[in-house]
Design a protein around this ligand. Structure first.
Ligand SMILES: Nc1ncnc2c1ncn2[C@@H]1O[C@H](COP(=O)(O)OP(=O)(O)OP(=O)(O)O)[C@@H](O)[C@H]1O
Ligand SMILES: [Mg+2]
Length: 458
């Protein structure tokens, strides 16, 4: 655009100078004609013509052979116009042209000149008349505009570079966030994004870290559930296989053997009976486990002494069968519980205590209420457990002594069931044990002094 403006200015100046040139030439011609008429001569000689032209301008007029160079007022002060010698191509062209006005831009290193020339016949003699105009002003203003434009471009370029640098600096963390999100999407949930950069990026990084933490926790929890289920299924398959193998093996022997002493037959039949009992125990415990988790409970207010009487009636003959004494000491309060499930909890704990006891051992079911909390304890003086064994007893199918438990028809699900029943009653279960001395299992839950109180055990 600057170049176009400049070209337009030069063109305008050229047009103006051509008009001026034509005017100067016609003035010279008229003056010469006037002088010739005044002098009443046929033709003015060259000197007269030159003088005439000299009179026209205040400044010297250079007569260079027949080339007349007319300076613009004041612009060319020397009596010869030196730069003209550098543009012989122009003077040659002028020499050859006829009645045509030729322009020429001349740069002598100090100034820019516009030469406007034409070939003219004065007093029958050919003269090349060149008028010179100093148009350095146009060039100067063009150069200054160019300088300004360069400066503006430079400032704009610097600004753009600064803006791009800031944008790149600001967007770098976004790249980091993106890379991290891709890794999280691929399963690397433990990765942490550095909480750096501007406020928004720090917040974003913090939220992404919180998100990946929570994803990680959920994934770990799901893994634990999946692992637990797999473990459960493996153990279950194993617990099914053992009794079934015995039953199958001994029943086959009894089927195949035609003659068999009574003693042997009773032994095999007893094994089949015991293993079948174990399978029955396994299936009923599994059913209880499954229903305890999800089934709706039928809560009712139970009077603890009544509950304990029911337990005593069921347990006493079983304990007596094993030569174990069973004592009951209730507390006179009420609890809110699902009767069937809560009885199952107590039966399982007492069953474990009797199974752990030797002959002549003793098992006690006791209760004590204090400040709205009832503590029910099942105490035995049986084999007891090591702390390491204690840590696992609530895991499904865990048995500290498998052969002993199996002999007693155990499958290792009783305490898992107890833990679930306790959880559904908002009760806590704790076990204290010492090897060779015995075990105390405590169930703690809310209780109320009268049957009508509300809020307890809810
Ligand atoms: N009072 C106790 N004294 C000693 N060991 C015990 C006692 N209670 C539980 N245990 C140990 O904890 C294990 C798990 O008990 P749990 O009741 O879950 O299974 P179980 O009694 O073997 O079988 P079941 O599924 O028939 O109850 C038992 O096998 C036993 O080794
Ligand atoms: Mg048990």
């Amino acid at each position: 655009m600057l170049l176009n403006n400049f070209r337009a200015s030069v063109r305008q100046e050229t047009d103006r100078r051509i008009s001026e040139h034509s005017f100067v030439v016609s003035t010279i011609t008229n003056n010469v004609l006037y002088e010739r008429l005044q002098r009443n001569v046929l033709m003015l000689d060259r000197m007269k013509v030159a003088n005439n032209i000299l009179n026209l301008t205040a400044e010297p007029l250079i007569v260079d052979g027949k080339t007349l160079v007319l300076s613009e007022n004041g612009n060319i002060s020397s009596d010869s116009f030196e730069p003209l010698s550098a543009c012989t191509d122009y003077t040659d062209a002028l020499e050859a042209s006829d009645s045509e006005i030729l322009t020429y831009l001349l740069d002598d290193g100090n100034a820019h000149y516009l030469l406007t020339g034409s070939r003219n016949y004065i007093e029958n003699e050919p003269y090349s008349i060149i008028t010179v105009a100093d148009i350095s002003g146009i060039f100067d203003s063009h150069y200054s505009e160019l300088r300004n434009a360069a400066l503006v471009s430079f400032v704009a370029a610097v600004n753009a570079a600064v803006i791009i640098a800031i944008l790149v600096y600001r967007l770098l963390p976004l790249k980091r966030v993106n890379a991290m999100l891709q890794k999280i999407a691929n399963g690397s949930y433990t990765l942490k994004l550095p909480e750096r950069g501007g406020y928004e990026f720090r917040e974003l990084a913090r939220n992404i870290n919180v998100m990946s933490d929570s994803i990680n926790e959920n994934v770990e929890a799901l893994k634990a559930i999946a692992d637990g289920r797999k473990q459960f299924v493996d153990n279950f398959a194993h617990e099914m296989k053992t009794p079934l193998t015995s039953i199958l093996g001994f029943s086959d022997i009894m089927r195949v053997k035609k003659e068999m002493p009574d003693e042997e037959r009773v032994e095999y039949a007893s094994i089949i009976f015991e293993e079948t009992k174990r399978l029955k125990n396994l299936s009923s415990k599994l059913l209880e486990l499954a229903t305890t988790e999800n089934a709706p409970l039928e809560f009712e207010v139970l009077y603890v002494p009544d509950l304990f009487s029911e337990v005593r009636a069921t347990i006493t003959p079983l304990a007596a069968k094993k030569g174990v004494s069973f004592t009951v000491q209730p507390a006179g309060c009420f609890i809110r519980a699902d009767r069937v499930l809560f009885l199952s909890l107590l039966y399982n704990l007492i069953d474990n205590a009797i199974k752990a006891s030797e002959q002549n051992g003793s098992v006690a079911l006791q209760a004590a209420a204090d400040k709205g909390i009832l503590q029910i304890t099942v105490t035995d003086n049986g084999v007891g457990m090591h702390p390491e064994q204690l840590r696992h007893i609530a895991e499904p199918f865990y048995m500290t002594d498998k052969s002993r438990s199996r002999k007693n028809g155990g499958v290792g699900l009783g305490l898992s069931l107890c833990a679930k029943i306790a959880a559904r009653h908002s009760a806590s279960l704790s076990v204290k044990s010492s090897p060779g001395k015995g075990t105390v299992v405590t169930v703690s839950l809310h209780c109320q002094e009268t049957a009508g109180e509300k809020g307890a055990a809810e």
